[in-house]
Structures are given as structure tokens and as C-alpha cells.
Design a protein around this ligand. Structure first.
Ligand SMILES: [Cu+2]
Length: 329
């Protein structure tokens, strides 16, 4: 029987599927360096073991103290590895430059916003979505920024990784070759929930991609649905978990909070109602909940959400009124 990792020609022992035009070159150089290293490692270690046994100190054995010298060997073992190292450098440089320079025209431009601890993607028609969709066969350019700290955009199947630096735009591009779903990771440690900062990359056919764009821009009609939709797209989800399991994030869970008194960090309490929620969204530090004084501060959404969007978020949070709150913080 063929082991699973050999079943797909495109997938190697070391790497996931080769799903972009970069993958072949990256894997080739990786394999070349690996085999060159094995080629030298084995005879060197074998000779080391052999000589340390042959010339070991033992009764009656007299070693020589004179170092002998062989010019031919010394030149060979300097010049040959120099050429090999030069070749590796050259291949790496060429590959790196290919990745640095996006094709000048005709790329699918997508804005990437990295934020502790989630991804947000903005498409050409204005749609925002927590998942990355790209059309197959077309070069896609990521225009990336961070809202807080260093993050890194990493898609193993495309063999690309690029840091996202606060205070400036950074770019990366790739040309996906096979339709399918791939993993996107943040590969720069960015705080408590760094390990949850993942997303899916969907490489779609031209029609599927167009359909996705058309759907992604529509906000649901129903108020609660719309609130949930915003909760997923405006990064609330990364900090406030609202699942049935009531797992806890850096911010309080919404489950079962509505209508109850909220103990405040400064002492006293307020009612968890429309006013408290809308104030928490627009000016989160105004009334911080007790126990969250040191939590990663929530960003203010002033100017980023419209009145009716806040209303929808309120409706969504209210709909969790009787959901089970998490058992431990
Ligand atoms: Cu991150």
C-alpha cells in the first residue's frame, strides 16, 4: 500500500501540495541543499569515526606530531564548496527576487489587515471577509498592513511568508495553480492568542470567485444575523467568543450577559444594556469590566461602524441572553 503522503504526486514527504508557481523552485532548492548536505555529511562523519579508531591512543602506539600538508586536496576542498555555496546563493537570490517583484499589471489586488488575533481581507468591490479567496491561475497581490503589532502572512502551500509591519504597507504576491482550500498562518508570535490567528485560503475558479465577491458584499437583512455577520467581520470574534461552548477569549464572553449587572474595574456596577454595549464599542476604556484591567485593550470602533451596524451588534449580543456563560475565565 502507498503511504498517504506519497498518494498525491504534488505533495512531498516534507511539504504540502505545490499550489503556486513558486512552489517548484522553492522545493527544488530545498531538496538540493538537503542532498548536498547528506552527500558531504556521510563521508565526513564516516572518516571521523574511522580515524578516531585508527589513530586512538593505546599502549605501544606512537602518534606523529608533524602535520603533513597536501596542496591539491586543500585547493579542491576550498574551491569546490565555494562554487556550491555560490550556486546556492545565486538560486536563492533569483528565487527571492521573483517573490519580491509582482507582475507589473493584471494582478488581483486584495488588502490584508492583520490584527490581534485575526485576519481581514478587503476586495476590489469593497467586500470585507475573514477568509481569503483568490481566483485560480491569476497572480494575486496582497497589500498588507497591521493594526497593532508585527504579524506574518504565511501560506505553506504557496511557499510564501512575509512579515506585516505596523506603520507601513508590505506586499507579497503569488499565483495559485490548483483550486482548493489551504491554510494561512500568522508566523510571527503576536501575543496570547497567536496560535489561533489562522484563516483559510480558497483558490476558486473564475465563476466561483465572482459569486463569492457578489455574496460577500451583502449584509444579511435580519438584524441578529447582521450583528453576527459584523461580529465575524469586524474582529470582535477574535477577542469575544460567543460559541455554545462559551470558551473564553481575551475579552468577556457575551453569553448570558445581557440584562445583568456588570462589575466595573473602578468599583460599582452598570447594567448590561443598549447604552453599555454601544459605549463599550465606541469608547471601550470608559467602563472596563472588573477582572479585565490588564486584558489586551479593545480598540475603539468610533468612526468605523455606522449607527445601524452598532444596533445590529446590540441585537446579536442580546440574542445570547440565555446562552450559557463560560465556566472559567
Ligand atoms: Cu499575528
Amino acid at each position: 500500500m502507498i503511504p498517504a503522503f506519497f498518494a498525491d504526486i504534488n505533495e512531498s514527504f516534507w511539504f504540502p501540495k505545490q499550489a503556486s508557481t513558486f512552489a517548484k523552485d522553492v522545493d527544488f532548492l530545498y531538496d538540493a541543499i538537503l542532498w548536498i548536505s547528506i552527500f558531504f555529511f556521510v563521508p565526513i562523519v564516516a572518516a571521523m569515526i574511522y580515524f578516531s579508531i585508527k589513530y586512538r591512543d593505546r599502549p605501544g602506539y606512537k602518534g606523529s606530531t608533524e602535520a603533513i600538508h597536501n596542496t591539491t586536496i586543500e585547493i579542491l576542498w576550498s574551491v569546490i564548496p565555494t562554487f556550491i555555496a555560490g550556486w546556492i546563493f545565486w538560486m536563492g537570490l533569483v528565487g527571492y527576487l521573483d517573490m519580491q517583484r509582482p507582475p507589473p499589471a493584471g494582478t488581483e489586488d486584495i488588502k490584508v489587515i492583520a490584527k490581534r488575533w485575526n485576519w481581514n481581507f478587503k476586495y476590489k468591490n469593497g467586500a470585507e471577509h475573514p477568509e481569503l479567496h483568490v481566483p485560480v491561475g491569476k497572480a494575486a497581490k496582497m497589500i498588507m498592513r497591521s493594526d497593532d503589532v508585527l504579524h506574518s502572512f504565511y501560506v505553506p502551500a504557496f511557499r510564501i511568508k512575509r512579515d506585516i509591519v505596523p506603520g507601513r504597507y508590505n506586499y507579497t504576491w503569488f499565483q495559485p495553480t490548483i483550486e482548493g482550500t489551504y491554510d494561512l498562518f500568522c508566523s510571527e508570535y503576536c501575543g496570547d492568542n497567536h496560535s489561533t490567528m489562522n484563516a483559510k485560503v480558497f483558490v476558486d475558479s473564475e465563476e466561483k470567485y465572482a459569486k463569492f465577491l457578489a455574496e460577500a458584499i451583502k449584509e444579511p437583512e435580519d438584524l441578529v444575523e447582521r450583528g453576527k455577520w459584523l461580529y465575524e467581520r469586524k474582529a470582535c470574534k477574535g477577542c469575544h467568543y460567543a460559541g455554545k461552548d462559551g470558551a473564553q477569549g481575551p475579552g468577556p464572553s457575551y453569553n448570558g450577559s445581557w440584562g445583568k449587572p456588570v462589575p466595573l474595574a473602578v468599583g460599582g456596577e452598570v447594567q448590561f444594556d443598549e447604552n453599555y454595549v454601544s459605549e463599550s464599542i465606541l469608547n471601550p476604556i470608559a467602563k472596563a469590566r472588573k477582572g479585565y484591567e490588564n486584558a489586551s485593550a479593545m480598540p475603539s470602533y468610533k468612526g468605523q461602524l455606522k449607527e445601524e451596524q452598532i444596533e445590529a451588534l446590540i441585537a446579536f449580543i442580546k440574542s445570547l441572553e440565555s446562552a450559557t456563560p463560560p465556566t472559567k475565565k
